[in-house]
Write a protein that binds this ligand. Structure first.
Ligand code: ATP
Ligand code: MG
Length: 198
């Protein structure tokens, strides 16, 4: 397997089994991998726009998986399937389904009771789902698109701007993003909302 990947801060390394799930055998660098994934994600975004998603469908485990599969299914065999090993980020893999169910129920409750503003609900959802870390990889990008889908398809509002970045580069924007995530881990969600709105 000729793929030598370097990892940016806050990224989850892939294990050998996961690397073997690469569908496009000609990919040999992280740059090429980023490009193929980005193309796949753009297709997925088109799909979300055309499929007129409704709240009942979005707030389900099936949709969480379907979205990941749409985003990464051209590149990775394990796209859309929950992790079967532990990572440096995320909960014990055996608890993923149950924790996701709790999160989805919380999100429904927040929406029904207007516990937080639409943008705070979307970003709290994003933060909690990436902390669960459902998938072997792609959790960050998946969580950001999910937040956008909640804003657009559930609340009928504009999607986030995310510092006009896809965070693929390990630059200052990514550093700001990781700092904001750490603050959210400490219970302060405002920095992540601000980051998403910039
Ligand atoms: N300290 C942290 N607390 C919470 N979440 C973190 C922390 N560090 C990293 N993360 C999350 O993990 C994600 C990276 O996970 P993963 O590699 O599965 O996703 P990705 O989509 O490949 O990465 P990226 O976010 O670069 O697009 C980051 O986007 C971030 O959301
Ligand atoms: Mg990654």
């Amino acid at each position: 397997m000729g793929l030598k990947l370097e990892y940016k801060e806050g990224q989850t390394p892939l294990d050998e089994e996961e690397k073997e799930g690469l569908k496009i055998k000609s990919i040999s660098t992280l740059g090429e991998l980023d490009e193929f994934e980005q193309l796949n994600i753009e297709k997925a975004v088109e799909w979300t726009i055309h499929s007129k998603l409704k709240r009942e469908r979005i707030l389900t485990e099936n949709f969480v998986k379907d979205l990941h599969k749409k985003m990464f299914g051209d590149v990775w065999k394990w796209a859309g399937q929950f992790r079967k090993s532990n990572k440096n980020i995320g909960i014990d893999w055996t608890q993923i389904s149950i924790e996701l169910k709790t999160l989805i129920d919380d999100v429904k409750y927040w929406i029904d009771n207007k516990t937080f503003s639409p943008e705070e609900i979307s970003i709290r959802f994003k933060h909690r789902i990436v902390a669960i870390h459902c998938f072997p990889n792609g959790n960050g990008r998946h969580s950001r698109i999910l937040a956008d889908i909640v804003m657009e398809s559930i609340f009928g509002l504009e999607i986030f701007t995310w510092n006009q970045s896809n965070m693929v580069e390990a630059d200052d924007t990514r550093k700001k993003y990781i700092v904001a995530l750490r603050k959210a881990d400490q219970g302060d969600i405002t920095a992540l909302i601000k980051f998403a709105n910039n």
